[in-house]
Design a protein around this ligand. Structure first.
Ligand SMILES: NC(=O)c1ccc[n+]([C@@H]2O[C@H](COP(=O)([O-])OP(=O)(O)OC[C@H]3O[C@@H](n4cnc5c(N)ncnc54)[C@H](OP(=O)(O)O)[C@@H]3O)[C@@H](O)[C@H]2O)c1
Length: 274
């Protein structure tokens, strides 16, 4: 596939995140032959799926290929090695998309030139098509490219377009790292239940199903989170007693403020280091 034909979507790095995106693309109505994967050792499952859908795979960037969308999903620490090796895939019509945490557009431009670029931050539930992605497009990205990129990212859930690249660091703090906060919430609820005298495994089952069930309830409801909370809080009841602690001046909000500030600061540091 070269310039002239429709330019392919080239995915560099078919690991956890790249593989999840790729599965979404191949399971949708996208023509498999329009997708190319570059990965030195894709998993057996990915290799089988690529073959089934007629998509091609290379261990490194082939000569003479130009990408329509060049989708970068390698580890941030691999970027300095990978970028020079894939620069040949970038032509005037290419839009580069990176999901690498902390790799700025300035770093990508240093290796790939001043081309159309999108920096995106998905999160882990992308693996089951239930993620959310924050994305920032530079001024060179055309409306048509933005739509194409939006379609590619949307296989893992909603896409929120950001006004500035700096907002990616805040998105990283809220939703990029967010799933871990929720998993920790389950740990905390289970541990508190154990301290109330429940067997540890029962406390964990109760906490886990409560958090996932409440998440699903919230997803299906048109009420916002505050309203859902009020709906299950009777005045003077048990939930109100717990919320009086959680919502006190020294409760969860100041803890979350500090935690997300720390995450954003770390994201900024990683960006400056690259
Ligand atoms: N996982 C998440 O939840 C998440 C969330 C947001 C953003 N991200 C971003 O997504 C990116 C990928 O993360 P991940 O968790 O998916 O990592 P991963 O599972 O390690 O995937 C990276 C893939 O790239 C491959 N690779 C290594 N060197 C390569 C090369 N020279 N050319 C092409 N492919 C190469 C790796 O192969 P080997 O395994 O053989 O080395 C692996 O298959 C990261 O930049 C991360 O910041 C991930």
């Amino acid at each position: 596939m070269t310039e002239g034909a429709a330019l392919p979507v080239v995915l560099v790095g078919a690991g956890n995140m790249g593989g999840a995106m790729l599965s979404g693309w191949l399971d949708g109505d996208r023509d498999g032959s329009s997708i190319v994967v570059i990965d030195p050792s894709p998993s057996a499952a990915i290799t089988a799926k690529l073959a089934e859908k007629g998509a091609s795979s290379y261990p490194s960037a082939p000569e003479g290929m130009v990408a329509g969308i060049l989708f970068l999903a390698v580890k941030p620490q691999m970027m300095e090695t990978v970028l020079p090796a894939i620069a040949r895939l970038v032509g005037p019509q290419t839009a580069v998309v990176s999901v690498a945490a902390g790799t700025t557009l300035a770093v990508l431009s240093r290796h790939l030139g001043d081309v159309a670029m999108v920096r995106a931050m998905p999160n882990t539930p992308a693996m089951i098509g239930r993620g959310i992605t924050g994305a920032y497009a530079n001024a060179a990205v055309t409306e048509a490219q933005r739509r194409q990129v939006n379609d590619l990212l949307a296989v893992s859930g909603p896409v929120e377009w950001l006004a500035s690249e700096a907002d990616i660091d805040a998105v990283t703090a809220v939703s990029g790292s967010g799933p871990a906060y929720v998993f920790h919430l389950v740990e905390c609820m289970a541990e508190a239940g154990r301290k109330l005298g429940l067997p540890a495994d029962l406390a964990m089952r109760l906490a886990r199903e409560t958090v996932s069930g409440a998440g699903e309830l919230m997803r299906r409801s048109s009420d916002d989170a505050a309203q859902l909370r009020k709906n299950v809080t009777s005045p003077g009841g048990t939930t109100a007693a717990a919320l009086a602690v959680l919502m006190a001046d020294n409760g969860l909000q100041p803890l979350f403020d500090a935690a997300l500030e720390a995450a954003r600061t770390r994201a900024q540091e990683l960006g400056q280091r690259s």
